[in-house]
Design a protein around this ligand. Structure first.
Ligand SMILES: [Zn+2]
Length: 436
């Protein structure tokens, strides 16, 4: 007897052989997958008939700022630095404890409803985010965003906050909450600060989540200040390593791509955010060709404005094709890898999630194929990358627990989450200007 038995599904394993089982079963016991195949022996406590549905590893959003859901649609159509300095940062200064709980719950709800089962987050009030992860049933790799601006006093307190969060929260919620250190970027953190996070990350055995070479303006600032481009600078100070999750990596030279490969850095591509803020096109085909496991992220809802990783896959493919004027780059199977197994690799969780294999965590998503835009069915991976959107997701299982069934989220009161988020966002905007 197994806990959950999924039968008759179109299973896309994303295992090392990229095995696809057109009509197969998957068994779950506790939090783990115990069998995957055409025929699985035994009976299930709960049986899910997946006829006409794709069974896919849960998607992994490798870079976001979940609580920025509160700022969704508030400041669009602006350049990155102006957007940060005149809109986002002043609003964020007004955030209070508790705001990010409602913001993160909204983000968790949106991600669950669009098939994401694990995400990497970097923001503030991370205790709030951890609480939302715990209650919603999703998996999160959370980091406190350290912004130091060359201020030694601020460095001390920021590092203390980041360390306290890792110490108290790593492994919480039955292991669904994991942590990293989150120095925001090389232009907001001094070399001293970055190296201290590296030392702390080693001490606690966790990763580091940062932003790298997002805009041309950032590259100019770095060259002016340090005489080096972002990746060169980070390498010169000894910061880079396989534990570094590097969001964006848009502005890279060939030399910097080889540094990324040699150091084992894990880049995260955020095509929609990069397009919306008009930062540029990351050289993803070159990174993939160099054997670097590029992951996929949405970035925050202020710069996307959605957290739908299924849609993000299509953008990733299209942006890079038009960028290269070459439709052969970023084929659909490679893009699906970015949203699943590469995401797991990037988060240091390759042995745990990212594919449907015996022994891995049971993070599983079912997508309903019985819809006009999936008909006819010639190539299921093509459909997932080029046609699927979040609302096609039918059922979501995380850590062996069904958290969404036939589009009903079982862990959260959906109407309440929306109400609370709306109220919190309004309060935040009403406070603007009053505290200063
Ligand atoms: Zn970001």
């Amino acid at each position: 007897m197994v806990d959950i038995l999924i039968e008759n599904g179109f299973i896309i394993t994303m295992d090392p052989d990229r095995r696809i089982i057109k009509r197969g079963s998957l068994a779950i016991e506790g939090d783990r997958i115990t069998a995957v195949g055409e025929k699985v022996e035994g009976q299930g406590d709960v049986v899910i008939d997946a006829k006409g549905k794709v069974v896919l590893p849960g998607l992994i959003n490798a870079h976001t700022h979940l609580s920025m859901t509160l700022l969704r649609g508030l400041a669009d159509d602006m350049p990155l630095m102006e957007w940060l300095e005149t809109k986002i940062w002043p609003i964020e200064k007004n955030l209070r404890k508790g705001d990010c709980y409602y913001a993160a719950l909204l983000g968790c709800l949106e991600m669950i409803k669009s098939g994401t089962t694990c995400f990497a987050d970097q923001y503030f009030f991370m205790e709030d985010v951890a609480r939302a992860v715990e209650e919603s049933g999703i998996r999160g790799v959370l980091s406190y965003g350290i912004i130091e601006m060359d201020d030694p006093q601020r460095r001390e307190s920021e590092l203390r906050t980041g360390e306290k969060f890792v110490r108290e929260y790593h492994g919480k919620a039955g292991g669904r909450v994991l942590t990293m250190f989150g120095p925001h970027a090389a232009y907001t953190c001094s070399p001293e600060c970055l190296l201290k996070t590296k030392e702390l990350a080693r001490k606690y055995g966790v990763g580091i989540h940062t932003h790298v070479a997002e805009s041309r303006d950032e590259v100019d600032r770095m060259v002016k200040k340090y005489g080096k481009r972002p990746v060169e600078h980070l390498d010169a100070i000894g910061f880079l390593g396989p534990e570094v999750l590097a969001a964006h990596c848009v502005w890279l030279t060939g030399h910097e791509i080889s540094i990324i490969r040699e150091r084992g850095v894990k880049p995260v591509h955020n095509p929609v955010s990069n397009m919306k803020i008009a930062c540029g096109i990351a050289p993803v085909p070159e990174l993939l060709a160099a054997g670097i496991p590029v992951a996929l992220g949405t970035d925050g809802a202020a710069s996307n404005n959605s957290l739908d990783l299924l849609s993000e896959m299509k953008f990733a493919a299209l942006l890079n094709k038009v960028g290269k004027l070459d439709p052969t780059v970023m084929p659909a199977p490679a893009v699906l890898e970015m949203a699943t197994i590469n995401g797991a690799t990037a988060l240091g969780l390759r042995d745990e999630i990212g594919s449907l294999e015996v022994g891995k965590k049971a993070d599983v998503v079912l997508i309903d194929l019985k819809q006009p835009h999936f008909t006819p069915l010639h190539n299921v991976i093509s459909h997932l990358v080029y046609n699927a959107v979040g609302s096609d997701v039918d059922t979501v299982i995380v850590d062996g627990k069904i958290i969404m069934q036939e589009r009903e989220v079982l862990t959260l009161d959906e109407a309440k989450v929306l109400r609370d988020a709306q109220r919190t966002a309004e309060d935040l905007i009403n406070r603007l200007g009053k505290d200063e």
